[in-house]
Ligand binder design. Structure first.
Ligand code: ATP
Ligand code: MG
Ligand code: MG
Length: 349
């Protein structure tokens, strides 16, 4: 079979590689750090920085298509690759999701609801933004944040100075704090021919800014479920997107508010591995390889639990549980806050 190139060798790249292998493809991982989780299951690995144009060119020539498992890839790397092979999802989707300010204005332009926001580059901007948006609010770096990193909460305007200092001069965005009842996400896919399919929305609980559990079915009315899926489809179609995307939503009395989009397979979609015939990883490979989308209808209720840091020590006990599927990422060191694996606890419908 032909080779699929994946930028990023973390657990998402690992699970994409496994799904690709099941469909008869090989994967070539490009990852700056040595011995990444995906290296164990990939056909080839290039260890080089995203700035190494010669390594990028050689990588692009060795693969039929390129995808990514990580949204913070410099767009200059995509330029070097694009000359040699197609990249899915496209660079517009990547660049929008890399910058919270651009992301929010894109979503607003589509007619979707976001938190109130304002750009913050300095103390004067922040004073104005706090005046306009008020507190509680959250100051976030525009770029490079994940797992709640690069975020400071403002309980009152008095917190502004310390929050700005924590941004370390990086361009930032102030977001009004959304009074949500709970959080959900939609994992949706669009094929090369423009077919769109969405998995059932999952309900997400974050602890300390990191996803802890995803539960399906989520607590949503039929109308909310329909809204969630339609708004995800609107985003995918607007971007002429190819592949799987994660759309994070806040559920509020006023309706669904989009928090952020991730142009890749998503942690909150891991439940699909044991809840659907075709999971998000296979769906992504199908989409980018030009296949029809698979059947992602949910055959079971699932609670996905992330195993973070020392949680991994619970594996011997978890291994005795019934109806529990274990997914480990092969990471040697269990550092605090590090995603080591996840489990899917399954109840057939
Ligand atoms: P991820 O790992 O999902 O990429 P991230 O670092 O990009 O996370 P966000 O998704 O922006 O961070 O925020 C993490 C969590 O913080 C959200 O899931 C939500 O619980 C809370 N949060 C973020 N922004 C807001 C907001 N404007 N109002 C209320 N809660 C928020
Ligand atoms: Mg994010
Ligand atoms: Mg998020």
């Amino acid at each position: 079979g032909s080779v699929i190139g994946i930028l990023g060798g973390g657990q998402l790249g690992r699970m994409l590689s496994v799904a690709a292998a099941r469909l008869g493809y090989r994967t070539h991982i490009y990852e700056p750090m040595a011995n990444p989780p995906a290296a164990d299951v990939a056909h080839a690995v290039t260890t080089a920085p995203y700035e190494d144009l010669a390594a990028l060119e050689a990588f692009a020539k060795s693969v039929a298509i390129v995808t990514y498992e990580f949204e913070n890839i410099p767009t200059s790397a995509l330029d070097a690759l694009e000359a040699h092979c197609p990249i899915h999802p496209n660079r517009r989707a990547l660049s929008i999701s890399q910058d919270r300010l651009i992301e929010k204005s894109f979503l607003r332009d589509l007619g979707l609801m976001t938190a109130p926001y304002a750009a913050v580059d300095d103390a004067a901007d922040l004073a104005e933004a706090v005046e306009e948006i008020g507190t509680p609010s959250i100051l976030k770096t525009r770029r490079l944040g994940y797992d709640g990193k690069g975020q400071e909460r403002l309980k009152s305007p008095d917190d502004a100075e310390a929050a700005l200092a924590a941004m370390k001069d990086a361009p930032a965005i102030l977001e009004g704090f959304v009074e949500f009842s709970h959080e959900v996400s939609v994992i949706a896919a669009r094929s090369l021919t423009g077919e769109v399919a969405a998995f059932d929305p999952g309900e997400n609980v974050h602890v300390g800014g990191i996803l802890s559990t995803t539960t399906v079915p989520a607590r949503l009315t039929e109308a909310q479920r329909t809204d969630a899926v339609l708004l995800a489809a609107k985003i995918l179609n607007a971007l002429k997107y190819v592949g799987v995307m994660g759309v994070e939503l806040f559920v509020t009395k006023k309706g669904l508010i989009v928090n952020e989009i991730a142009p890749r397979v998503h942690n909150s979609g891991h439940w699909t591995q044991n809840g659907c015939a075709v999971d998000q990883f296979e769906q992504h490979i199908r989409a980018i390889a030009g296949w029809p989308l698979g059947d992602g209808s949910r055959h079971s209720d699932v609670v996905m639990e992330n195993l973070i840091g020392d949680d991994i020590a619970r594996i011997p006990a978890i291994a005795r549980e019934k109806h529990t599927a274990i997914h480990l990422y092969g990471k040697a060191e269990a550092r605090a806050g590090r995603k080591m694996g996840h489990v899917n606890r399954v109840t057939p419908r």
